[in-house]
Design a protein around this ligand. Structure first.
Ligand code: HEM
Length: 113
C-alpha cells in the first residue's frame, strides 16, 4: 500500500503545491487587510454558520477570484509535467509526430514572466 501511494503521489505533488497555496493566501491576507475583511464579510453573508461546500463557490465570487488569482500568481509547476503525444498532431504551423515529448510553459500562460 505504501509503495502504491508513493507511485501515485510523488513527494512534491499535493504537499508542496497545497502548502505554498495556503501560505501565500495567509501572507496576502496579512498584507492586504481590506481584502481579508471583504472576504470575511462575503463568507459571513453567504456561508454563515453552515458547513462550507462546493455550492458556496457560486455565491462567493470574490473568494473564488482570489483563489484563482493566487494560483496564477504563484505559478505552481511552472513547466507542468512531461507528456507525450498519442497521435500525430499540429499546433499552428508545427507538426508534432506521435510519441513526441511535449511540455507546456504554464508560467508563460499565467502572465507572471
Ligand atoms: C493547490 C493545489 C495543487 C496545485 C496547484 C496542483 C497543480 C498541479 C499541476 C500543474 C500538475 C501538472 C499537470 C500536468 O502536467 O498535466 C499537477 C500534477 C499532479 N498533481 Fe497536483 N496540484 C495541487 C494539489 C494536488 C494534490 C492535493 C494532490 C494529491 C492529493 C496532487 C497530485 C498530483 C499528481 C499525482 C499529479 C501528477 C498527475 C499526472 O501524472 O498526470 N496535486 N498538479
Amino acid at each position: 500500500m505504501h509503495e502504491y501511494e508513493f507511485d501515485l503521489i510523488p513527494p512534491a505533488a499535493g504537499t508542496f503545491t497545497t502548502a505554498v497555496a495556503l501560505s501565500t493566501f495567509t501572507y496576502l491576507m496579512m498584507e492586504i487587510p481590506e481584502l481579508q475583511e471583504q472576504l470575511h464579510n462575503e463568507i459571513s453573508r453567504n456561508v454563515g454558520a453552515a458547513t462550507p461546500s462546493g455550492e458556496h463557490r457560486k455565491s462567493c465570487a470574490l473568494m473564488e477570484a482570489t483563489i484563482l488569482e493566487i494560483l496564477r500568481f504563484i505559478s505552481h509547476v511552472p513547466l507542468n509535467l512531461p507528456h507525450y503525444t498519442l497521435q500525430d498532431t499540429s499546433i499552428g504551423p508545427y507538426r508534432i509526430p506521435k510519441d513526441t515529448q511535449v511540455g507546456c510553459a504554464r508560467v508563460g500562460c499565467s502572465g507572471v514572466v
